[in-house]
Design a protein around this ligand. Structure first.
Ligand code: C5P
Length: 225
């Protein structure tokens, strides 16, 4: 049978990453964090002093960085030109600028190509998470899931995550403010905006535990694979 593709989309803080990783592990599938690829591209732009608000400048150089993401469910890593950037891509510099870089069509063309290649290389199949997995990258995915959660639930989860990592309260507040701005930018951009595919199953996770969401998504995959 054809390899399974599980496409998971949703705004930041919807639980996407944790759920996708756990579902991949449970089903023995590869895992692809496409947000990490947009973050890695952004990290490279900043490291090379490209003005990320200048879409033409970004478009001109975006084929230069060699971005390689591990598709391993055990521990996703991402390298740019051979350098592991898994840590730095989560910081506030990259986080506050990634939406601008992700809105550039040439950037998306390039990364979508890499994302499809990852799926082709995954032997048993892949769980791919992002903003346009179901709508653009994998229109024929086995299962499409659109995870949502109330603004309050998403902000609370993100804050708890950061607090657990020992991030200070001022940074947590700044990143909470950034969350709303980033979602608005991602949802309103012209190319591949964050959107639910018509044939995606919407799951509102506001009042669900992580385990409940994982079980539910695994059930949905098993019903269709
Ligand atoms: O998922 P994460 O929050 O790490 O994504 C970071 C950013 O990358 C998003 O805010 C969005 O701008 C961009 N992104 C995207 N398309 C994807 C995944 C992420 O535009 N498929």
């Amino acid at each position: 049978s054809a390899p399974v593709v599980v496409a998971i989309d949703g705004p930041s803080g919807s639980g996407k990453s944790t759920v996708s990783r756990a579902v991949a592990a449970r089903l023995g599938l590869s895992f692809l964090d496409t947000g990490a690829m947009y973050r890695a591209m952004t990290w490279w732009m900043l490291a090379n002093e490209i003005d990320v608000e200048d879409a033409d400048a970004v478009a001109t150089v975006c084929t230069k960085p060699v971005i390689v993401s591990g598709t391993d469910a055990a521990g996703p890593t991402i390298t740019v030109d051979g350098q592991d950037v898994s840590g730095p891509i989560r910081g506030p510099q990259v986080t506050s600028r990634v939406s601008a870089v992700a809105a550039v069509p040439e950037v998306r063309t390039r990364l979508v190509e890499l994302q499809r290649a990852s799926a082709d290389a995954a032997e048993r199949g892949i769980v791919a998470e992002g903003r346009d997995m179901g709508t653009v990258v994998f229109p024929r995915a086995t299962v499409k899931i659109f995870l949502t959660a109330s603004q309050e639930a998403r902000a609370a989860r993100r804050a708890a995550e950061l607090r657990a990592k020992g991030v200070d309260e001022a940074t947590i507040a700044a990143m909470a403010a950034d969350l709303g701005r980033r979602d608005a930018a991602d949802s309103s951009r012209r190319t591949a905006p964050l959107a639910k595919a018509d044939d995606a199953v919407a799951v509102d996770t506001s009042d669900m535990t992580l385990e409940q969401v994982i079980d539910h998504v695994v059930d949905l995959v098993q019903a269709r694979a």
